[in-house]
Design a protein around this ligand. Structure first.
Ligand code: FAD
Length: 464
């Protein structure tokens, strides 16, 4: 018998439960990918994600060809495409790994219903999470809103299992389809060239990143994870987003590593789980404040010029600009710096977090609706379990603390390369050198803008 394996964001062959189950139950399995951005509205993949996706599909196709098969690629409507391919190949069943974003869930539910009505078997699996959002609840049976008790519960039940092996051979069953290029995922003007120096999309690249992390960084993770100038974190986020590696596989390796730093790292994987838990139970949160009190927060009038300066890394705040330029050049930004740029936008510039979330969505190669929403809402103070509002990051002291000699700033803001370790965090204190450097003066006064943010918060609380 014949089955379709519908690949979505599980672009790997190893530890892929849907693929493994399809291969176990059928003689022939046709790997299918359908490009249907309209089905993910209002959050279809952004420009940087599409660049990654293109490369990841090419890698998956190559891995399938090495096993005698090929990836069947289509653009259009998912249901119509699956129906056509099933009819053309004589497939009796469709296998996929579940997604959890509101739009994808709604689409998958209607696809499942329609395929079942056609008489096809439909089989869904978990491949993306350690624990699916509905499988964990508070003592009273509701969703968690606070990370620590959520993680305590999940950690206690976490039992990493060994990964499922990749298939050795997968005979082709259908003629090859359109080339991946036909999906038109790459930009016309190839601004994405810098990505290739920084990344290796695909399952093999994810494996290299995992091994590098285990060998070089896991032991020092608890401390080095906060230092943006060193490769102290795993950089697995885009690989995880596109499902080129499973979190279970990572947890399994971590469990068996004989070094310190394990718990700190598992906890971050826990934040990824928590973010998915929140988005699943609060599906409106990608557009709306999780804490509705913030609907009354007096955001500043939108200042397109200020927003552009933030996007371009020309705010005059060195660590913020270094982060925004790292993002533009590589499609990724260090977590500590993500918090700083987000705090600067939402608190000092008092722009709504959605402006930042949308920019990240378009520019991050790891753009992920659950993690991005949670990261922005946490930093803006509007989220579940957010930082207390009055704890506003100071980009100068944060820079001094986490990039003490300015190595990270020098790398991304070359205008400041000649500034010493003290002045590099506050270049406006040496006006002559600043003028010569071509680096801008700050677009906002840190003290005054902090006071304005706090005053806005007080007025919101009074209005409650
Ligand atoms: P590591 O430190 O090696 O962590 C391992 C994995 O754990 C990561 O790959 C990621 O999957 C997960 N993880 C780590 N930290 C977090 C976190 N705080 N929240 C959720 N998951 C986490 N992460 C994304 O994957 N996509 C996003 O779109 C995204 N947007 C963010 C926006 C803001 C404003 C902030 C503050 C954070 C955002 N994050 C996002 C979370 C975090 O910054 C990245 O996951 C992390 O920097 C990725 O680098 P890494 O793989 O080296 O992380």
């Amino acid at each position: 018998s014949i089955a379709l394996a519908w690949f979505r964001r599980d672009l790997r062959l190893a530890d892929n439960p849907a693929l493994a189950a399809a291969l176990a139950a059928h003689d022939h399995v046709v790997p299918v990918y359908v490009h249907a951005p309209h089905e993910e509205a209002p959050w279809p993949a952004g420009a940087a994600s599409r660049c990654w996706l293109h490369r990841s599909l090419v890698a998956l196709d190559r891995d399938l060809r090495a096993r005698g098969s090929t990836l069947h690629v289509y653009a259009g409507d998912s249901l119509a495409t699956l129906r056509e391919v099933a009819a053309a190949t004589g497939a009796h069943a469709v296998y996929w790994n579940r997604l959890y974003e509101p739009a994808a869930r709604a689409r998958d539910a209607s696809v499942e219903q329609a395929l079942r009505a056609d008489g096809l078997g439909v089989h869904g699996f978990n491949s993306a999470l350690l624990c699916e959002p509905w499988a964990i609840a508070t003592a009273s049976g509701g969703p968690y809103r606070v990370f620590t008790p959520y993680w305590r519960n999940l950690r206690a039940r976490l039992e990493p299992r060994p990964p499922l092996p990749a298939p050795h051979r997968m005979p082709a069953t259908a003629p090859a389809t359109a080339p991946i290029d036909a999906l038109d995922l790459l930009p016309r003007r190839r601004w994405d060239a810098g990505f290739d120096a920084a990344w290796r999309p695909g399952e093999a690249g994810a494996e290299v990143a995992l091994q590098r992390f285990l060998d070089e960084a896991l032991g020092g993770y608890a401390v080095a994870r906060d230092v943006p100038s060193v490769a102290g974190t795993s950089r697995l986020s885009p690989h995880l987003h596109f499902g080129e590696i499973s979190p279970m596989r990572i947890a399994w390796e971590i469990e068996h590593a004989r070094v310190d730093g394990k718990e700190a790292f598992l906890r971050e994987l826990g934040w990824r789980e928590f973010s998915h838990h929140l988005l699943f139970h609060f599906p409106a949160s990608s557009e709306r404040n999780l804490d509705p009190a913030f609907d009354a927060y007096p955001w500043a009038r939108i200042e397109p010029r200020q927003l552009r300066r933030w996007q371009q890394g020309r705010t005059g705040m060195p660590i913020v600009d270094a982060g925004m330029r790292e993002l533009w050049a590589t499609g990724w930004m260090h977590n500590r710096v993500r918090m700083l740029v987000a705090s600067f936008l939402t608190k000092n510039l008092r722009q709504h977090w959605l402006h930042g979330a949308r920019w990240f969505w378009d520019t991050l190669v790891d753009a992920d609706l659950a993690n991005n929403t949670q990261g922005w809402q946490w930093t803006a103070g509007t989220g579940a379990d957010a930082a207390p509002y009055f704890r506003i990051f100071n980009p100068v002291t944060q820079g001094e603390r986490f990039d003490p000699d300015g190595t990270y700033i020098r790398r991304w803001v070359p205008e400041l390369a000649a500034f010493d370790a003290r002045a590099i965090h506050r270049p406006w204190t040496v006006p002559a050198a600043l003028r010569r450097s071509g680096y801008p003066a700050p677009i906002i006064d840190l003290g005054a803008s902090r006071a304005a943010a706090l005053a806005g918060y007080e007025s919101m609380r009074r209005a409650e």
